[in-house]
Design a protein around this ligand. Structure first.
Ligand SMILES: NC(=O)C1=CN([C@@H]2O[C@H](COP(=O)(O)OP(=O)(O)OC[C@H]3O[C@@H](n4cnc5c(N)ncnc54)[C@H](O)[C@@H]3O)[C@@H](O)[C@H]2O)[C@@H](O)CC1
Ligand SMILES: Nc1ncnc2c1ncn2[C@@H]1O[C@H](COP(=O)(O)OP(=O)(O)O)[C@@H](O)[C@H]1O
Length: 516
């Protein structure tokens, strides 16, 4: 997993260095990192001709603008023709050293972008941005055209106006081809509008590591985590040592999720899939799932070897569904097993259950309970268990997703996976993870049922393979790996055309096959 830091954490880490007079050094390192990446993009975009290419910086009134001016000076030394446009404030007043260096290097301030610009550097606002910001309005006020769509835009540290903690943007900004960020990768570059506008993110080390170590981290999965958390079988494995996932999903009203969830679990190479569906009360599930996967073990109650459970996809609001949920949760609590609660299960679970399910709750539970709400379910859960107002359930809404998930995780003592285009995870003690959107193809019915199954498999693997107690951080790791696998499966399935939830299970196999 990669470590991400909030923008405010990076600023806190810089503070003692600035106080000790190292500000100029940090700025030079940042500027050199920016110049280095601009040169690399110029070699690609300006037909390999760095000498004589043209780079224009949009300069704001803070250190972000100063970084950009220093970077332009360094580019000028490499034969790049550099110009700057003061779009906010007066850099002569706020960044005299940088302006002098820029002039010495042959740079000049101009008032228009000009006809041929190879790269535009967005140095208007960095981590100091707060409140509303409109790049269109700021440019229009000075009669400056927006860069043409084909122009390479490189953001200095973060696209202007983006909140470096939350990724939120109150207004509009330029969409960068790439962002060169300093000191650490900021959460705001991988969340919400920040993720949509940052382009490719390059992180430049400016010597903050030691100072960052005391700051809170947000973890982000990468492909290697899938390899670790979804390992191939060991030579000595047998079916029960690989894990058994119990599934309580589907109903007479919505039978499909039992199949989607079973397929997802089976596609990971688990030891056994146990669909818990009494033929007396939910007669259609058994033939549906066995017709598709005859190896599924369908029973009225969980088999004793169950290692983790997924409860909720496709349940309806009948007493049968409630009873199935109660029996499944009872089993999870009694045997201290990981349980993933999804979809209707989230609406059926009540405070009494949470008291038993929370880590260290009335049942002295040690195994994780993972709640996997989408935004609408999250809004309802927050009203019931955190006491917040109803929140508009829109993707890209103005809610701080990490803070929202953290509040619910702390109130419930459960792990929370808040699903939208980006997915964020919070643990009961406040550890956090985020997975930036990989593929909008997941925005289709039934993909959440698949994800719930993948998380249950990942937790079953942690439970069967780890001899010592599984830590909260390991649970976070396994949950994030499952989310990454889900996104990678959507990307893989896309190669064959538009994706439906049924396409994900074969794609999960393809992704795992490609990882060896
Ligand atoms: N602190 C340091 O030593 C270092 C800082 N670095 C650079 O410094 C940047 C942060 O610099 P600053 O703290 O000066 O902040 P910014 O350069 O982001 O700008 C802050 C200025 O913009 C104004 N402003 C904020 N939000 C606005 C809005 N919505 N509309 C209009 N004006 C707005 C503020 O009033 C302030 O004057 C980083 O992003 C990075 O580029 C790097 O050089 C690394 C070292
Ligand atoms: N635009 C998007 N980009 C990437 N992932 C998305 C997008 N929209 C939805 N998703 C993902 O698709 C899944 C949808 O889950 P959910 O809403 O529970 O679906 P369902 O209940 O129909 O199974 C989640 O994992 C979510 O993160």
């Amino acid at each position: 997993m990669k470590k991400l830091y909030f923008g405010t954490s990076v600023r806190k880490a810089e503070a003692p260095l600035i106080a000790s007079g190292a500000s100029a050094l940090l700025m030079r390192r940042a500027a050199w990192g920016l110049a280095h990446h601009v040169l690399a993009y110029l070699s690609e975009t300006a037909h390999g001709a760095v000498y004589g290419s043209r780079v224009v910086g949009l300069i704001g009134k803070g250190k972000n603008g100063a970084d950009t001016l220093w970077a332009l000076s360094m580019l000028a030394e490499r034969g790049v023709s550099v110009e700057a446009i003061a779009v906010l404030g007066n850099p002569e007043q706020n960044a005299q050293d940088a302006v002098s260096a820029f002039h010495r290097a042959g740079g000049r301030f101009v008032t228009a972008l000009g006809q041929r610009t190879d790269v535009v550097i967005d140095g208007v606002l960095g981590t100091g941005a707060s409140g509303p910001f409109s790049m269109s309005a700021v440019l229009a006020q000075r009669g400056i055209d927006r860069p043409r769509p084909e122009t390479t835009v490189i953001a200095c540290d973060i696209p202007s106006g983006i909140n470096a903690d939350t990724g939120q943007l109150d207004g509009d900004t330029l969409t960068a081809t790439a962002t060169v960020t300093f000191g650490a990768t900021k959460t705001g570059l991988l969340l919400s509008a920040g993720h949509q506008h940052a382009g490719r993110v390059h992180t430049v080390d400016i010597g903050l590591q030691e100072h960052l170590s005391s700051q809170p981290t947000v973890w982000c999965p990468d492909p290697h985590d899938v390899t670790t958390c979804f390992p191939p079988p060991r030579a000595t494995d047998y079916k029960y040592s690989r894990g058994v996932v119990g599934i309580i999903a589907g109903s007479e009203a919505y039978p499909g999720p039992s199949l989607l969830c079973s397929r997802a679990v089976a596609s990971c190479g688990i030891g056994m899939v146990n669909l818990i569906a009494d033929p007396e009360t939910v007669p259609s599930l058994r033939p549906l799932v066995l017709g598709d996967r005859p190896e599924t073990v369908v029973t009225a109650a969980p088999v004793p070897q169950v290692t983790s459970l997924v409860i909720g996809p496709g349940l309806d609001d009948t007493s049968t569904s409630r009873q199935r949920l109660d029996e499944g949760l009872d089993h999870a609590v009694e045997h201290d097993l990981p349980v993933v609660i999804d979809a209707t299960g989230l609406d059926l679970v009540d405070q009494g259950w949470l008291d038993r399910l929370r880590l260290g709750g009335t049942s002295s539970r040690t195994a994780p309970t993972v709640l996997t709400p989408h935004l609408g379910e999250m809004s309802r859960l927050s009203q019931r268990f955190v006491g917040t107002e109803a929140v508009p359930a829109t993707i890209g809404g103005d809610k701080d997703a990490l803070a929202w998930a953290t509040a619910l995780a702390q109130a419930t003592g459960c792990y929370v996976v808040l699903k939208s285009a980006d997915t964020v995870v919070a643990t009961p003690s406040g550890q956090r993870g985020l997975h930036p959107a990989q593929s909008a193809d997941l925005a289709t019915a039934g993909t959440g049922d698949t994800l719930a199954g993948l998380i249950a498999v990942s937790l079953a693997t942690a439970w069967t393979r780890t001899n010592s107690p599984v830590t909260e951080h390991q649970v976070l790791h396994h949950v994030l790996a499952a989310i990454h696998l889900h996104g990678a499966a959507a990307v893989s399935a896309r190669h064959a055309g538009p994706v439906s939830a049924s396409d994900l299970a074969p794609a999960v196999r393809a992704v795992l096959a490609s990882r060896g």
